[in-house]
Design a protein around this ligand. Structure first.
Ligand code: NAP
Length: 536
């Protein structure tokens, strides 16, 4: 095995952009093939999402015995998770352990944001340029840039004039922030807001939450993992992982029933109550028709609204917190004491759905006539999802084709894996793949394995240039759109559709046909000699 353990080296077989879970595993698999690889990472350590999102209360909301790598049985057996939903710190420690265990560190270059990537038809190589002007070339370029990594900071008028600190949840200072005795504003009530609000409320003197859209929040019921339960899972890991892979979201969520409408009210409430008590994202699998029947959807919505009304003591606040949009329209949130937090005396909820945040003044936040004076602002305002991280890089393919320009109206990628006019470039969990609708780590592993097999196939065939055909790509994009239109999810406002970003075209970006159907399609394409791709 060769590695790129030479900081002055600039020529490689493959460049990987990003050292999150995708980039780390890609490095491992490419090195296994004897490739010289350099991973180029903007952050200061491995872990991607779990390096950047250090906000108070940050923890994964997928059960971690399954939100973890499965490529190495030894790793899977030896690592000890402590909680059902571990904290960012524990997830980052896991990422570092993986980098230690598989000696990934020497091939990763940190603090190096990639700004440009250019294909040369003449040399048949990619040249990647980082923020300090360093250039590296390689035959292959793999974008492991993440689906939720490009931070969205809304252009609030006057934000730069605020007299105190402003922290985005996804760019939280290393070492944390002490809000003791302070008046804090949190803007945003998606997953990051839902997790951070209860923790900040415990520390701050006063917390004002600015909510534009109320979200559905299912209790996490986080807890320490019981050693007997862990041993049982570890003893049956292959079987349990296979079950998860065979399920729609790559998570093993047993489906309660085919139709919420067909079930009696009593049955339904029993099912919802049991899932509420168990906690977590499995609530979504209570019935199979939430996204095809408004009536079914409303039963789950109303159950959760009633829970909120039961928890939050002030009826006006409870009504504000009760979501109005379809259940599962936006990504479901999982929280700890989220609704209970609004019973605290030091917490105020401000509705900015109709009267929006007009401006940030040096002393606070102005909404219409009201000024909320605060000492610090937390932006829990999310990401330019799925396309943001790629469009941020000036990527040029054949004949200087610009990815930004080609994706101006909508992202287009074959299987969400590769893009016509961008030879020898692969994207991990790109738009048009199930990605964010699934458990991310199994999805990442499936993409990395597919890319690795494809490169091995190329070597065997004696070819070194691969590019998806424009026609195959168009057909895939049409299929992705067609099935998205069958779901009510495509009718909503959410980051899945880009509607959280001003001016971003509304396109449902992930593949909604489910993990098993997608994997089958990828496998069929590979087995048939990579149909839809041209090799040279
Ligand atoms: P998000 O879901 O996009 O939430 C952003 C919030 O900011 C929304 O409430 C949004 O309101 C609000 N907002 C944005 N611009 C605003 C403006 N100009 N004025 C007022 N409010 C504004 O982002 P996120 O919470 O960071 O979560 C993103 C995704 O990351 C999640 O859906 C999840 O997939 C992932 N995530 C996972 C975890 C986990 O595993 N535990 C934790 C955090 C995040 P609108 O809804 O009205 O747009």
């Amino acid at each position: 095995m060769t590695n790129a353990n030479d900081n002055s080296a600039t020529e490689f077989d493959a460049l990987v952009v990003g050292a999150g879970f995708a980039g780390m595993y890609m490095l491992y698999r490419l090195r296994e093939q004897g490739m010289r690889v350099r991973v180029v990472e903007a952050g200061g350590s491995v872990g991607g999402t779990w390096y950047w999102n250090r906000y108070p209360g940050a923890r994964v909301d997928t059960e971690t015995m399954f939100y973890s790598y499965q490529f190495s049985s030894e790793l899977q057996q030896e690592w000890e998770w402590t909680e059902r939903y571990p904290s960012q710190q524990e997830l980052h420690a896991y990422a570092k352990h993986v980098a230690d265990r598989f000696e990934l560190w020497p091939d990763i270059q940190f603090d190096s944001p990639v700004e440009k990537a250019r294909w040369s038809e003449e040399d048949q190589t990619w040249t990647v340029t980082t923020g300090d002007g360093t250039q590296m070339t390689a035959r292959y370029c793999i974008m492991a840039t993440g689906c939720l990594s490009s931070v969205n900071t809304p252009k609030f008028k006057g934000l730069e004039n605020f007299s105190g600190p402003v922290h985005h949840t996804a760019r939280w200072p290393d070492g944390g922030v002490d809000f003791t005795g302070q008046r804090v504003a949190v803007i945003g009530t998606g997953s990051s807001g839902v997790q951070s609000i209860p923790v900040i409320a415990e520390q701050a003197a006063e917390l004002t939450v600015f909510q534009r859209t109320a979200n559905y929040v299912i209790p996490a019921h986080n807890r320490s993992l019981d050693p007997a339960e862990v041993a049982e899972i570890k003893a049956n890991y292959p079987e349990l992982r296979a079950k998860a892979s065979a399920s729609f979201s790559g998570n093993y969520f047993p489906v309660g029933g085919p139709s919420a409408v067909a079930a009696s009210e009593e049955e339904r409430n029993r099912e919802y109550e049991s899932r509420w008590q168990t906690g977590g994202l499995a609530f979504m699998a209570a019935y199979a028709d939430f996204m095809t029947s408004e009536e079914a959807n409303e039963t789950a919505s109303e159950f959760i609204r009633n829970k909120i009304r039961g928890i939050v003591k002030d009826p006006a606040t409870a009504e504000l917190l009760a979501p109005k949009q379809l259940f599962m329209c936006k990504r479901l949130c999982v929280g700890t004491d989220y609704y209970e937090t609004y019973n605290r005396e030091n917490v105020t909820l401000v509705d900015v759905s109709e009267t929006v945040i007009d401006e940030i003044l040096p002393e606070g936040v102005r909404v219409g006539e009201a000024v909320y004076e605060v000492d610090a602002i937390v932006l829990a305002t999310g990401f330019d999802a799925m396309t943001g991280a790629l469009k941020r890089i000036d990527i040029r393919g054949v004949e200087d084709a610009s990815l930004r320009d080609l994706w101006e109206d909508a992202p287009r990628a074959y299987l969400g894996l590769a893009i016509s006019k961008f030879p020898n470039m692969f994207i991990i969990t790109g738009p048009g793949s199930p990605s964010v609708l699934t458990n991310m780590i199994p999805s990442i592993e499936q993409h990395v394995d597919w890319i690795t097999d494809c490169l091995a196939h190329m070597r065997k065939q004696g070819v070194s240039r691969i590019e998806p055909d424009a026609e195959a790509q168009e057909q895939w994009v049409a299929h992705v759109n067609e099935i998205a239109d069958l779901s009510m999810r495509a009718t909503c406002s959410s980051w899945y559709l880009g509607s959280n970003i001003e001016g971003k075209p509304r396109v449902f970006m992930p593949y909604i046909g489910g993990f098993p159907a997608y994997v089958r399609k990828c496998d069929e394409i590979a087995a048939a000699g990579y149909t839809g791709f041209s090799f040279r």
